[in-house]
Ligand binder design. Structure first.
Ligand code: PNS
Length: 179
């Protein structure tokens, strides 16, 4: 009688092997979406199978656009990108990321001045959820001076924001500020 163990090795043919899906969350206030945000998103899309743009419910920031408005402004911008969806989230970012089975959080870094806050947030998120990595991506240099806050200020003061945001966002800003 053979004392060989009954070991069965199951090999998966390369055609049927599917590596696990890599998902990233790109969170933010997006009040409103800018060309800088889109540049970072386009970079993230190249690295992940699926990117979820997660718009934070953060009433303490007194946003100009409601959550639903921000979501509606996001939709046409992401429409040409495959495997990107937009969503709204509430509560802790890492908990949302875990629910979405995401491995990473993507944040844009424009300048050294962004670093301190981003570093603190990334380390705190790591403390809360060890298995979710924060990845920083730099937008194209021509976008490094754009921020939603400055765009809103320019729009309020009657300046032209069309170089800084998608066309439909510039229209929404103009409409919002005469309301
Ligand atoms: O575009 P913003 O305003 O810089 O985005 C900040 C945001 C929404 C990513 C951050 O405030 C956040 O993650 N909020 C969710 C609440 C949370 O998880 N807070 C702890 C982060 S350390």
């Amino acid at each position: 009688m053979s004392n060989q163990k009954n070991i069965r090795l199951v090999f998966c043919h390369p055609v049927c092997y599917r590596p696990p899906m890599r998902t990233a969350i790109y969170p933010g206030s997006f009040d409103p979406l800018t060309n800088g945000h889109l540049d970072v998103l386009q970079r993230a899309v190249k690295l992940f199978d699926r990117v979820i743009v997660a718009i934070a419910r953060n009433e303490s920031k007194n946003p100009l656009f409601s959550l639903d408005e921000r979501l509606e402004l996001m939709k046409p911008a992401i429409a040409p990108m495959k495997n990107v969806k937009a969503d709204i989230f509430d509560g802790l970012l890492v908990e949302y990321a875990a629910r979405q089975q995401a491995q990473a959080i993507v944040r844009g870094l424009r300048a050294v001045s962004d670093f301190e806050f981003e570093f603190q947030m990334a380390l705190m998120n790591r403390k809360l959820a060890e298995n979710i990595e924060t990845i920083f991506m730099m937008p194209r240099e021509t976008y490094t001076f754009i921020s939603s806050r400055i765009v809103k200020e320019i729009a309020r003061l009657g300046g032209d924001v069309r170089p800084f945001v998608p066309r439909h966002v510039a229209s929404a800003l103009a409409k919002k500020l005469v309301e």
